[in-house]
Design a protein around this ligand. Structure first.
Ligand code: IMP
Ligand code: MG
Length: 200
């Protein structure tokens, strides 16, 4: 007869994916609410850009990848995608340093394009302020922001946001693209971390 611990070893990942339950304080936005809101955002974007032939979704890696993939499939007009990797946080650090680094730039020339930045969460605003300033020097036809989450109480720099999924309180969240030290991005909901119970 096999022990439970042994079957965990034999099928790694099955039980370990549920580890988040140990430090999940609450589910802030469940899968249904997320998907419903994303469909609404897709409709609004499709409508606002219906006359554009040059819509480019710029995904800020890595957090916005899940949002981008669901959102783009709710947009019913032709559009391109490109990716940019930014870091403003060190692993284990829970507040934005204000120091922003570009780890991977776009490959598309955005001159004359209708650029819509797709972001997972805006917190202090430092990351997006930097990205907006940098991209505007490349002279796109238009430049707007779509964020899934807005942690508005923490804002240090004012950011013009055209599309917001949800305004959320000042709590550390994870899931649906947002990581906890690079893990748990694949969870289908947005959860709040109980930082006292979360130990690596
Ligand atoms: P900002 O520069 O302070 O606006 O930080 C934006 C970035 O910080 C986001 O793109 C996220 O990667 C990260 N971030 C901010 N708040 C959270 C959170 O609650 N959970 C996970 N990542 C977060
Ligand atoms: Mg991020």
């Amino acid at each position: 007869m096999r022990h439970a611990a042994e079957s965990t070893t034999r099928f790694p990942g099955i039980n370990r994916m549920e580890n988040y339950k140990k430090f999940l304080q609450e589910i802030l936005i469940d899968e249904n609410r997320l998907q419903k809101r994303i469909a609404e955002l897709g409709n609004a974007i499709s409508n606002d850009y219906k006359d554009s032939n040059d819509l480019l979704l710029v995904c800020i890696l890595r957090g916005a990848i899940i949002f981008l993939s669901d959102l783009s499939r709710k947009i019913n007009i032709p559009h391109a995608m490109d990716f940019m990797a930014i870091s403003s946080y060190g692993s284990g650090n829970r507040s934005s340093s204000g120091i922003v680094r570009i780890n991977m730039d776009l490959t598309t020339n955005i001159y004359g394009q209708d650029v819509l930045i797709i972001e997972d969460i805006i917190d202090s605003g430092n990351t997006l302020a930097y990205v907006l300033e940098m991209l505007s020097t490349r002279k796109p036809k238009s430049l707007h922001v779509c964020t899934l989450l807005d942690k508005f109480e923490r804002r240090e720099v004012d950011i013009p946001i055209r599309y917001t999924g949800f305004k959320i309180p000042d709590k550390f969240v994870f899931g649906y693209g947002l990581d906890l030290d690079e893990m748990y991005r694949n969870l289908p909901f947005i959860g709040v971390v109980d930082l006292e119970k979360y130990v690596i």
